[in-house]
Design a protein around this ligand. Structure first.
Ligand SMILES: *Cc1c(COP(=O)(O)O)cnc(C)c1O
Length: 366
């Protein structure tokens, strides 16, 4: 038995008749940019997130980038983010010409450590940018407190956190703006590229929408130099169907996660730490081992596909050689990159497959 890391085909097949019907409806409507499918999804996703506004965009990187632009983050400004995680978060900071200030994460949660954020604030800081990494909510209250005391904005990267809750409330309406990706493998995934920003700030929502539409409110009147980044109506129609399943599909992820947490305790691996206030979306189930590569090889030999999120921290990427942060400068992020391994998890992983993964890990540990 081969156990795939994530079975996206199964996600489509479960909903094929509904998805095919809304795709056909969308194609027949004559709306190929914007229109009722986009507005309907924006309203539905804002309601789901307990946020006032949702602006559909082309992808998650644009959501981060345009939110930073709408917050008037300029060259010379600093944005604080975690030193681990996916490079897109940092690329968005670079896209507006601002300086990324990398802060080591709390190794227990892999998320921003508020105490270290406070130490990193300078007169140039403009935005704090936590990622809800792996679908585990970041500790938002202390970050909001720091932002409030220093006059900063909070932008959340929620690309991995659809349906996660922080202190009982959905992620999506806490910070000044929350950036989402609907890349196909995310908990809420389109059938291509798609993204959005949710916010309770009507001005920010308007600015982000304008920036994504060539900087224009009115056709052929361009107030600012915008870009072209719009949520595709066919993807919006698909996302509306899939949003109805998000809670049920996250519940299946939760079931797998609780099996792993229960059965792999004592296996010698470091398992995810879930703070009492966190209700994770379990986008990924990430374990740590100092002998990660041997574990991955052993699981592969047993037919279990695993992935590494992420093998090279952003500051060690060629793209960021000019930061002058050589190996050894951010040891927490570097150690995590050497030790993390993501086990299969997703709404279409069966109990039988979950148990087979557990067995393979236990056999490796023995
Ligand atoms: C997927 C992802 C992004 C980028 O989203 P795209 O839609 O691929 O541009 C940004 N940040 C994080 C944490 C992600 O996981």
């Amino acid at each position: 038995m081969t156990i795939p890391f994530l079975d996206l085909g199964a996600a489509y097949r479960e909903l094929a008749s509904e998805i095919d019907a809304v795709v056909a409806r969308s194609l027949a409507s004559g709306w190929y940019i914007g229109g009722p499918e986009v507005t309907a999804f924006e309203e539905k996703f804002a309601a789901f997130c307990e946020a006032d506004h949702c602006v559909g965009l082309g992808n998650g990187l644009d959501a981060l980038h345009l939110a930073l632009r709408a917050m008037n983050v300029d060259p010379g400004d600093e944005v604080i983010l975690a030193s681990n995680g996916y490079v897109a978060t940092m690329l968005a900071v670079s896209m507006v010409g601002a300086t990324p200030v990398l802060v080591e994460p709390d190794p227990a949660t892999h998320n921003l450590d508020p105490a270290r954020v406070e130490e990193a604030v300078t007169e140039r800081t403009k935005v704090i940018l936590p990622t809800h990494l792996y679908g585990q909510p970041a500790d938002l209250d202390p970050l909001l407190d720091i932002a409030g005391r220093h006059g900063l904005r909070l932008l959340e990267d929620a690309a991995q956190a659809h349906g996660a809750r922080y202190k009982g409330r959905q992620v999506g309406g806490h910070g000044n703006a929350v950036a989402w990706s609907f890349y196909p493998s995310k908990n809420l995934g389109a059938l291509g590229d798609a993204g959005a920003v949710t916010t309770n700030d009507p001005e920010l929502a308007d600015r982000i929408r304008t920036l994504g539409n060539y900087g224009s409110h009115r056709r052929y009147v361009n107030e600012v130099r915008g870009v072209n980044s719009r949520l595709d109506p066919v993807q919006a129609a698909v996302l509306s169907v899939k949003l109805d399943r998000l809670e049920a599909w996250n519940e299946r992820r939760r079931r797998t996660a609780s099996h792993y947490l229960d059965k792999l305790a004592g296996s010698g691996l470091t398992l995810p730490h879930v703070p009492h206030w966190a209700d994770p979306a379990w986008h990924l189930f990430v374990v740590r081992s100092p002998r990660r590569d041997a574990l991955q090889q052993s699981l592969a030999a047993a037919g279990v596909q695993t992935l590494i999120h992420y093998p090279i921290p952003p500051h060690l990427q060629g793209a960021y050689a000019d930061l002058g942060l050589p190996k050894g400068s951010l040891p927490v992020a570097e150690q995590l990159a050497d030790e993390v391994l993501s086990l299969p998890i997703g709404p279409h992983l069966s109990d039988e497959q979950t148990l087979a993964v557990i067995k393979a890990v236990q056999e490796y540990a023995a």
